[in-house]
Design a protein around this ligand. Structure first.
Ligand SMILES: [Zn+2]
Length: 138
């Protein structure tokens, strides 16, 4: 039995519901789902609207602007693959469009993060197939 390479980070595996989302990231777009029926905006890709159950969802690229709603600084790596990254900040970002998403901070000292700090989306290309949405301080 082949065992998982311990120093490799787990990568997302796009499926039918999320393929468009991951393709968008590769092209520098964070796609949000807008419900045509009730105008709810959601980040997690689903076949139906979580607010009204409607199935008329439309992809629109996020502006990329947001604020830090909450955060924590990770000092102890959750696994060997993350050892070189600590300390790093895990952010709960409230996007300008409303949805909140969990991500990490790029390019700043994690000790500088504050509540309500303005951040903007940054696209972190991990492999040919996967680009992760992360955030930088504005
Ligand atoms: Zn809806």
């Amino acid at each position: 039995m082949a065992s998982e390479e311990p120093t490799r980070k787990p990568l997302p595996a796009p499926d039918a519901d999320t393929a468009a989302f991951w393709r968008g990231l590769q092209h520098g777009k964070l796609l949000l789902q807008h419900c045509r029926q009730c105008r709810h905006v959601q980040y997690y890709q689903q076949a139906i609207c979580r607010a009204c159950g409607g199935d008329e969802l439309e992809h629109r690229a996020a502006t990329g602007r947001g604020k830090v709603h909450s955060f924590s600084v990770v000092h102890r790596a959750p696994g060997p693959a993350f050892k070189a990254d600590v300390p790093y900040a895990v952010l709960l970002v409230e996007l300008a469009e409303g949805p909140r998403m969990i991500s990490t901070l790029l390019g700043s000292d994690p000790e500088d993060v504050n509540f309500d700090m303005d951040v903007e989306l940054a696209f972190d290309k991990i492999s040919d197939d996967v680009t992760l949405p992360r955030f930088r301080k504005v």
